[in-house]
Design a protein around this ligand. Structure first.
Ligand SMILES: Cc1cc2nc3c(=O)[nH]c(=O)nc-3n(C[C@H](O)[C@H](O)[C@H](O)COP(=O)(O)OP(=O)(O)OC[C@H]3O[C@@H](n4cnc5c(N)ncnc54)[C@H](O)[C@@H]3O)c2cc1C
Length: 305
């Protein structure tokens, strides 16, 4: 039996046929709008399904990649071999109990941020314009305007590659600048509990509007991208260094250093992953030559080399 028929038969035992697709172009699942196809893309809707999917993939010895909203990844042009598990709207339940919010990993950070505001809870205003899922935000310890996920997470439920469920308290998450334990242990983050504080709804909304305006005025939101391309090097800002090196507007194919914010590489048309990677290397080379500072990508580069 062909591997597709085999996995399809097994997945159909517990998933709806609409919950998996073969040969799925990653350009349709990433904010960069770049990337070749994944062999199979699966959309779980509950933690129990994630357990079953991971057990099956493990048994079939297939490689597995986890994806949230695809807003911090560059998928290579050859695509992704094996299975991609995507946490999206299917996995986006939210619940509020007192000052705690429980959310499924696929909930959009923006929606969780508004949900917190609607419930009069403060602490997640910073996240309103970060276009990821809350699972991806935990994985990256996403942050903006002085806030970061580290300050609001209390617990995370996740599933190991072999399908075992575990609960992680904040003390074991090793959250640092764009860093979490999940970058090392490969667990699929499924449910997140946030601990927020009671706040004033008008003030919360005002802060969210303010952050949104600042973002819209500074970031090239009119082009597909994966946000800041590089991490902040110790003591510098990547965007400022790139700007000072005169690289705004530098292009390789349709990949371009944004003319609005030098920290963003944007897809100015039909850029390929190869274009973006070549541009990243050129920017790194020129910034190092001019300033002696090494830039490292914040964007996660995945897929077949
Ligand atoms: C316009 C724009 C602005 C941005 N601004 C900011 C900003 O201000 N601050 C900031 O920190 N980031 C910013 N980003 C980057 C991005 O939105 C964040 O890193 C976000 O947290 C990524 O979430 P995601 O769901 O899109 O993750 P993805 O891009 O899908 O995945 C990122 C990584 O997380 C892993 N992952 C995702 N979900 C899970 C899961 N459930 N379990 C285990 N691993 C998982 C993936 O394997 C991958 O390695 C911006 C991006 C864009 C396009």
């Amino acid at each position: 039996m062909d591997w597709r028929e085999n996995i399809s038969n097994k997945l159909k035992e517990f998933l709806k046929p609409t919950q998996f697709i073969f040969n799925a172009p990653m350009s349709e699942h990433t904010t960069f709008k770049i990337g070749g196809a994944a062999d199979i893309l699966i959309f779980p809707s509950t933690t129990a399904e994630v357990v079953k999917i991971l057990k099956l993939i493990n048994q079939l010895q297939m490689p597995v990649t986890i994806l949230g909203n695809g807003s911090n990844v560059l998928v290579r042009d050859k695509g992704i071999r094996g299975a991609v598990i995507k946490f999206n709207g299917e996995f986006a339940r939210m619940k509020c109990e007192g000052t705690k919010i429980m959310a499924g990993a696929g909930a959009k950070l923006k929606d969780v941020s508004y949900f917190a505001a609607d419930n009069g809870l403060t602490g997640l205003e910073f996240a309103v314009g970060i276009p990821g899922s809350i699972g991806g935000a935990v994985f990256m310890n996403a942050g903006a305007y002085g806030g970061e996920m580290k300050n609001v997470i209390s617990k995370v439920r996740a599933v190991s590659k072999s399908g075992d469920c575990a609960e992680f308290g904040i003390d074991v998450l090793d959250l640092g600048y764009r860093r979490s334990i999940f970058q090392l242990n490969g667990y699929a983050i499924c449910e997140i509990e946030l601990q927020l504080l009671e706040g004033n709804v008008d003030e919360i909304r005002q802060a969210m509007d303010d952050f949104t305006q600042r973002r819209e005025s500074k970031q090239p939101l009119e082009f597909p991208s994966a946000g800041s391309t590089f991490k902040r090097p110790e003591g510098y800002f990547a965007g400022t260094l790139i700007d000072k090196t005169g690289l705004k507007g530098l292009r390789v194919g349709d990949a371009m250093v944004s003319t609005k914010h030098a920290g963003f590489v944007v897809n100015a048309g039909h850029a390929t992953a190869t274009d973006v990677l070549n541009l990243i290397n050129e920017v790194k080379r020129r910034v190092f030559e001019a300033h002696g500072v090494t830039l490292n990508p914040e964007v996660r580069i995945i897929g077949e080399q």
